[in-house]
Write a protein that binds this ligand. Structure first.
Ligand code: F6R
Length: 615
C-alpha cells in the first residue's frame, strides 16, 4: 500500500527521501513522487513505475531537488489509475500533501471545492485534501490550525504528510487509521509509514496514536490529540532485529525462507524451554485465559491460513470450540460473538484494515456490554502496530522484519506462536494432560532442526519446479491439518508465479475439481505420515486414474515413491500436529523456484502490497 516519507533537516534531504521510498518498495506501489521546498518554491517530480524511475528523473537535475524539507510517496492506486497526474505529492498553491489510506467522502468535498473555484488535475481522493488545507490556510494563516480544521471533515482511514512553502521548517503529519511513525534525529526529524524507511538515519522512533496530529521541525516534535498537546514516548530499536539486507540471497523471499529455522526457534523459545513453559510466558493473562470458552480467529490471506491450522489444534488439543473467518467477511455479516470469546487477530503487519475494523466493531459491542468476558489478542510481527495497541494481549511472532510480499517466515512463526497459545490455554484450563504437554514441548524444541532438514531439499525442489514453468493452472491437495497448507501453497504459487492455483481438501476432489484433472494438470500433494495417509493415498489414485501428474511431498516412511506420472520428494518424518509448519517450507520453495523460472518480480509481485491498509 502507499508509503510516506518526509524529512526536515539542515542538510539536503532528497537522497534520504529516495532511499526511504526504496525501503518502502516492499509495500507494493505503482508510481512514486517527491516534493521539496527550495527557495520559496515547491519542486516536484513524479513517475509511474519503480522508485528507480523517480531517482533517474531527480538525478537529471539534482540541484533542483537540493532542499532541507520535503515529502515523498509511493502510490498504490485506489482512486484513479497509475498515472503521473495521480501520483503524489498533490499540490494546491503553496501546499503539498502525501497520503496513505482512503478519504471516503472525497466526492462531496470535491464538489464543494470545485464550487469554490479550485480545479482538479487528478482523479485521486488526495487532491481534495490539498485544496481543503490550502483553503483553510488562506483563512487561518497557520498550517497546524488549517490541518486541525480539515482533519475532522475527512472520513476514512488515512495518514498524511503536509508541507507549505511559507513554513519551510514545518512538517505536519496526521495519523488516523493508517500507519505513521516519526523518526527522531539530532537536529533533524522524519516521518514514514514504516520505521524501516528511516533506519539509515535514525533508530529512535515516536509512534503516534490514532487521531494524533504532529508539528515537526528540525529540533522539535509537538503532538496534539483533540487540539491538546500530548506526549508520546520515544523508543529505540534494536538494529539487528531489523536487518533489511538481502545478504548473499538473490531475493528477500529466499532469504526469509532460509531464516525460518532461527525465526521459529526464537518464537518457540519465547514460550518454552526443554522443561516446559517459561515462567513469564503470558503469565499476566492467565486469569483471563482461564475464562475463555470460545475462540474466534480473524485474519486475511496467509495469516488466515495460519488461523485454520490453529482451529485444528485448539479443537483437538483443548476441546474448546474455535471458529476462523476471513476478516473482510466477518466484519460485514453481523456475526454472533458468544460471551467469553477470545478473539485472536492474526496479522503479520498489524495494519491490515479489514482485520482492524473487524476487531474494532466487536470491541465496540463488548464496550456496550453486548458481549461479556470478551478478550482480544494480537498475534503480530510488529510490536508497534495498531493491532497490538488495540488488543488486550500481544503475542509476538519473532520473525524479524519480513520484506518479501509473499509471507514465509511470518507464517511459520505465526504457527509456532499459535501452538504455544493453544498449549497455554489448554494448561491453564487443565484441558491438556502432562504427557501430551511434555510431548508437545519436546516436539516444539525439535522443530527448528526439522526445518533445517527441509531446507536441504531446496535443490531437488528447484529441479522439480521445471515442470511447472509453462503450466496455466495447478491444484494443491492436503487432508486434515495439511489442508490449510494446501491453501497456503496455492496462494504462494499464484501470488508470485501468476500461475492459477487452488488449494483443496483432497476429500473434496470428487465433488468438483476432479473434472479439471488431465495429463497437463500438475497436482501438488502434501503427504506426511499421519492419520489421514490412507485416505490421501486413495485420493491420489483418483488422480492417477485420470492421468494427472502428481508432485508429492511425502513423509520418508509413507512408501510413496516416484514413477512415470508421480514425482516424489521425501520430507523427514515429523510429529503429525507440527507437520503443517514443516510442510510449509517445501511449498514455499516450490513457488519461489517456479516464480524465478518464469521471471516474475518475486519480492514485489504485481498488484500486491505487503501491508494492506485499505479495505
Ligand atoms: C500472502 C500474504 C498476504 C497476507 C495478508 C494479510 O503471502 O502475505 O496474504 O497474509 O495480506 O496480511 P497481514 O498478515 O499483514 O494481516
Amino acid at each position: 500500500m502507499c508509503g510516506i516519507v518526509g524529512a526536515v533537516a539542515e542538510r539536503n534531504i532528497s537522497n534520504i527521501l529516495l532511499e526511504g521510498l526504496k525501503r518502502l518498495e516492499y509495500r507494493g506501489y505503482d508510481s512514486a513522487g517527491l516534493t521539496i521546498i527550495q527557495d520559496g518554491e515547491l519542486h516536484r517530480e513524479r513517475q509511474v513505475g519503480k522508485v528507480q524511475e523517480l531517482v533517474n528523473a531527480v538525478n537529471k537535475n539534482p540541484s533542483f531537488f537540493d532542499g532541507r524539507i520535503g515529502i515523498a510517496h509511493t502510490r498504490w492506486a485506489t482512486h484513479g489509475e497509475p498515472a503521473q497526474c495521480n501520483a503524489h505529492p498533490h499540490v494546491s498553491g503553496k501546499v503539498a500533501v502525501v497520503h496513505n489510506g482512503i478519504v471516503e467522502n472525497y466526492a462531496p468535498l470535491k464538489e464543494e471545492m470545485i464550487e469554490k473555484g479550485y480545479s482538479f488535475s487528478s482523479q485521486t481522493d488526495t487532491e481534495v485534501v490539498a485544496h481543503l488545507i490550502a483553503d483553510a490556510y488562506s483563512q487561518t494563516n497557520d498550517l497546524l490550525k488549517a490541518v486541525e480544521q480539515v482533519t475532522p471533515r475527512l472520513h476514512g482511514a488515512f495518514a498524511l504528510g503536509i508541507v507549505h512553502v511559507d513554513n519551510p521548517n514545518v512538517l505536519i503529519t496526521v495519523r488516523l487509521g493508517s500507519p505513521l511513525v516519526i523518526g527522531v534525529g539530532i537536529g533533524e526529524n522524519f516521518i514514514a509509514s514504516d520505521q524501516l524507511a528511516l533506519l539509515p538515519v535514525t533508530n529512535r522512533f515516536m509512534y503516534l496514536e490514532e487521531g494524533d496530529i504532529a508539528l515537526i521541525t528540525r529540533d522539535s516534535i509537538s503532538v496534539f490529540a483533540d487540539g491538546q498537546p500530548v506526549s508520546r514516548p520515544i523508543k529505540e530499536l534494536d538494529a539487528k532485529q531489523h536487518n533489511a539486507d538481502k545478504g548473499e540471497f538473490k531475493h528477500y523471499m529466499l532469504k526469509e525462507i532460509y531464516e525460518q529455522p532461527d525465526a521459529v526457534a526464537r518464537t518457540v523459545e519465547m514460550g518454552v524451554d526443554l522443561k516446559g513453559f517459561k515462567p513469564e510466558f503470558l503469565s499476566r493473562h492467565e486469569d483471563r485465559l482461564n475464562e475463555v470458552r470460545h475462540v474466534q480467529i480473524l485474519a486475511c490471506g496467509t495469516s488466515y491460513h495460519a488461523g485454520i491450522v490453529a482451529k485444528y489444534w485448539f479443537e483437538s488439543l483443548t476441546r474448546l470450540p474455535c471458529s476462523v473467518e476471513i476478516a473482510s467477511e466477518f466484519r460485514y455479516r453481523d456475526p454472533v460473538v458468544v460471551d467469553h470469546t477470545l478473539m485472536i487477530c492474526i496479522s503479520q503487519s498489524g495494519e491490515t484494515a479489514d482485520t482492524l475494523s473487524a476487531l474494532r466493531d466487536i470491541q465496540r459491542r463488548s464496550d456496550a456490554k453486548d458481549i461479556n468476558g470478551f478478550l482480544s489478542l494480537a498475534l503480530c510481527n510488529v510490536p508497534t502496530s495498531s493491532l497490538v495497541r488495540e488488543t488486550d494481549i500481544f503475542l509476538p511472532t519473532l520473525a524479524g522484519v519480513e520484506i518479501g510480499v509473499a509471507s514465509t517466515k511470518a507464517f511459520t512463526t505465526q504457527l509456532a506462536a499459535l501452538m504455544l497459545l493453544v498449549l497455554k490455554i489448554g494448561r491453564v484450563q487443565s484441558r491438556i494432560s502432562d504427557d501430551t504437554f511434555s510431548k508437545m514441548v519436546t516436539e516444539l524444541n525439535n522443530l527448528s532442526g526439522q526445518l533445517y532438514s527441509c531446507l536441504k531439499l531446496d535443490q531437488s525442489i528447484a529441479e522439480m519446479s521445471d515442470k511447472f514453468e509453462d503450466k496455466k493452472s495447478t491444484l494443491f491437495l492436503g487432508r486434515g491439518i495439511q489442508f490449510p497448507i494446501a491453501l497456503e501453497g496455492a496462494l504462494k504459487l499464484k501470488e508470485i508465479s501468476y500461475i492459477h492455483a487452488e488449494g483443496y481438501a483432497a476429500g473434496e476432489l470428487k465433488h468438483g475439481p476432479l473434472a479439471l484433472v488431465d495429463k497437463d494438470m500438475p497436482i501438488v500433494v502434501l503427504a506426511p505420515k499421519d492419520s489421514m495417509l490412507d485416505k490421501l493415498k486413495a485420493n491420489m489414485q483418483e488422480v492417477h486414474a485420470r492421468h494427472g501428474e502428481l508432485f508429492v511431498f511425502a513423509g520418508e516412511t509413507t512408501q510413496i515413491e516416484s514413477d512415470e506420472r508421480q514425482h516424489v520428494i521425501h520430507v523427514p518424518d515429523v510429529y503429525e500436529l507440527l507437520a503443517p509448519i514443516v510442510y510449509s517450507v517445501p511449498v514455499q520453495l516450490l513457488s519461489y523456484h517456479v516464480a524465478v523460472m518464469r521471471g516474475t518480480d518475486v519480492d514485489q509481485p504485481r498488484n500486491l502490497a505487503k501491508s494492506v491498509t485499505v479495505e
